[in-house]
Write a protein that binds this ligand. Structure first.
Ligand SMILES: Cc1cc2nc3c(=O)[nH]c(=O)nc-3n(C[C@H](O)[C@H](O)[C@H](O)COP(=O)(O)O)c2cc1C
Length: 377
């Protein structure tokens, strides 16, 4: 097949790797009419993972089933979908916002970007070329509509990240300190960006930049625990992520905070091979940049999954930068991280942090809401 039917972005999303031609298994499937939609699965928890892995669903339903397996802040899954025969609308579910920790809804919109990316990876196997329009109707007043994915008929093909959708999990386990991620791999991950306003910067954990990243991360973790509004907001997120939030008393959550602080030092920072920062050129309040950055994160994580890398977002000091920016109009933490970066990063904002390395064990699946509960008319 040729790649000419794929948009530049979805082509780049494959890291310039060839899509696997599935035409031997059938001609372009075309677009399903709404009448031929697969039934929407109504199981949650691990059910959505089993549904996807066992190959169930077709067309837009299967694409949406992939979208909900993406990363999201605190597993809040802040999305709703409107499924049509020629387009999928992706809406922000603002009831799932965590509050003070995410005052600009940066993380919420990044989560939507992650879901959009998974949808775009799943679409070619359904004989669909996805064309994404971000925030298309803001001016029309529908400020919950984050994106429209137009579905164009295409020859059926399997995206190189397709099978990684089921295997990608946030890995919070210790990473192997004896095995470093080499520069060629970091360069390849840095090359996955598809927007001129979004980039990723890597800091080796043993470098001076890595030491500053660790210091800021530890200070921010303590500050979130010590600042009532931020702590409550984190607890909202922890409750959202829990399969059963009812036993999460304040006492249990305080213990969880102490464990979190310790794990940030002794596991997350101490065993990372490198840290990554997704940077955007523009303001940190711009939802378009948030969605682009979310797409980039999901792409990096899927690509890393194909390379057997372990990854974990680490946004403690990024959340503090947002908090300071909202409450003080300026951020001393942002100035500290900037001081550690080369001059050519002037004008770029850090909006997402993560660590990467190799882990001995696979991370567990996190629960999902049933697809039936997030498809709206
Ligand atoms: C914008 C964003 C911010 C996140 N921040 C953190 C973080 O600071 N620490 C962390 O451990 N995980 C973080 N995560 C990962 C989510 O908790 C994770 O994606 C969610 O629980 C679903 O799990 P999964 O990625 O394994 O599917 C973040 C994810 C996103 C999309």
């Amino acid at each position: 097949m040729t790649t000419s039917s794929f948009s530049r972005r979805s082509f780049l999303a494959g890291g310039l790797a060839a899509l696997v031609d599935l035409s031997a298994f059938g001609q372009p499937s075309g677009l399903p009419g709404t009448a031929s939609l697969s039934p929407l699965p109504n199981v949650g928890g691990e059910g959505p993972w089993d549904y996807w892995e066992s190959g169930q669903g077709t067309g837009v339903v299967r694409i949406a089933a992939a979208a909900i397996l993406s990363a999201s802040p605190y597993d809040t899954q802040p999305w709703l979908f409107r499924l049509g025969s020629t387009r999928i609308e992706v809406l922000a579910d603002k009831d799932r916002a965590v509050g003070e920790l995410d005052p600009f809804q940066r993380e919420l919109y990044m989560g939507l970007g992650c879901a959009i990316e998974n949808a775009c990876v799943a679409a070619p196997a359904q004989g669909i070329n996805p064309v994404v329009r971000l925030l298309p109707e803001l001016s029309a007043g529908d400020d919950n509509l984050a994106a429209v994915i137009e579905l164009e008929p295409a020859r059926q093909a399997k995206h190189p990240y397709h099978d990684a959708i089921a295997r990608r999990h946030t890995n919070r386990l210790p990473y192997d300190t004896g095995r470093k991620v080499d520069q060629a791999t970091l360069d390849a991950l840095a090359g996955l960006t598809s927007s001129s306003d979004t980039k990723v910067l890597f800091l080796e954990s043993a470098s001076p930049g890595g030491a500053i990243f660790t210091d800021l991360m530890m200070q921010a973790t303590q500050r979130i625990i010590d600042t009532p509004g931020l702590r409550e907001s984190r607890w909202t997120g922890v409750r959202a992520a829990a399969a059963n939030p009812s036993p999460l008393s304040a006492e249990v959550l305080q213990q969880a905070d102490a464990n979190w602080l310790k794990a940030t030092r002794t596991v997350a920072c101490a065993t990372a091979s490198a840290f990554g920062l997704i940077m955007v050129r523009g303001t940190r309040q711009d939802h378009r940049l948030h969605i682009e950055a979310g797409r980039l994160w999901q792409r990096i994580h899927l690509d890393g999954t194909n390379r057997s890398l372990a990854m974990q977002p680490m946004n403690h000091f990024i959340e503090v930068i947002d908090y300071e920016t909202r409450t003080q109009g300026t951020s001393p933490v942002s100035s500290s991280i900037r001081a550690a970066l080369p001059q050519n990063w002037n004008g770029w904002e850090p909006i997402f942090g993560f660590r990467l390395g190799y882990a001995g064990a696979t991370a567990p699946r996190s629960p999902r809401r049933p697809l039936s509960s997030i498809v709206v008319a």
